[in-house]
Design a binder for this molecule. Structure first.
Ligand SMILES: Nc1ncnc2c1ncn2[C@@H]1O[C@H](COP(=O)(O)OP(=O)(O)OP(=O)(O)O)[C@@H](O)[C@H]1O
Ligand SMILES: [Mg+2]
Length: 215
């Protein structure tokens, strides 16, 4: 269980996050909607540990992790500009997280290949990422995020660079893969239909506060 408790953050004189509390259970996807500039990405970066909140706390499985550095949290982040490494092939992109965790390179590559097979991408293992379509690149990015067995997944508009058809296809695939991984997931999206398709619950961030949405 991931829990945000009474988070506040300012940007300059502006109160961006006023009193944000939210919990996300294991295997649950919660969608975070809200207008541009409302602070969605800021909230994710606080959860990831990339910036500290002004006050309030972040909890994971009963532990206060507010002051933990990102690598200690072991959360995976995936942004809209998915930032695969263009100079590495697909397999090495996926192995990267494991090598960073000091797993032996050969074992990391073998695990990456297994993960790619699971994602139907094994045939692209040796290709450079620019060889792949946008949707395939997003799949590689998710494979790379999940291979490290993160304790939570933070997705910031993962499909915004893709066309509508591809987005709809990836929604279902991502939802089932995330549910299979059984990890709490926060999904930032502009798209209410995407939120409905992927998440059991949704909240909207507006004027610094969260409103619970129901459908
Ligand atoms: N490091 C920063 N540099 C510039 N502006 C920032 C920074 N951090 C926060 N802001 C400001 O804080 C506000 C919230 O930004 P944030 O990126 O969190 O919004 P968002 O809801 O993710 O928007 P979008 O939907 O456009 O991605 C914006 O007004 C933004 O300009
Ligand atoms: Mg944003």
């Amino acid at each position: 269980m991931l829990e945000l408790r009474h988070l506040r953050q300012n940007y300059g004189p502006r109160a961006l996050l006023k009193d944000i509390s939210l919990s996300v259970a294991a295997g649950e996807i919660v969608a975070l909607l809200g207008p541009s500039g409302s602070g969605k990405s800021t909230l994710l970066s606080i959860v990831a540990g990339l910036q500290a909140p002004l006050s309030g706390s972040v909890w994971f499985e009963g532990q206060d992790i507010t002051t933990w550095p990102p690598e200690q949290r072991r959360f995976a982040l995936m942004f809209q500009d998915f930032a695969l490494f263009p100079h590495l092939n697909v397999q090495d992109n996926v192995a990267f997280g494991l090598i960073e965790q000091r797993l032996d390179k050969r074992r990391a590559r073998a695990q990456a290949l297994e993960m790619l097979a699971l994602f139907g991408l094994a045939k692209h293992a040796q290709h450079k990422v620019w060889h792949l379509s946008g949707g395939e690149q997003q799949r590689v990015a998710l494979a790379r995020a999940l291979i490290t067995q993160p304790r939570a997944l933070l997705l910031d508009e993962p499909f915004s660079a893709l066309d509508a058809d591809l987005r709809a296809t990836l929604r279902d695939e991502f939802r089932s893969r995330i549910q299979a991984a059984g990890i709490p997931t926060l999904l930032v999206t502009h798209d209410a239909a995407e939120a409905q398709a992927m998440a059991a619950r949704a909240v909207r961030l507006q004027d610094g506060v969260l409103e619970v949405l129901s459908w």
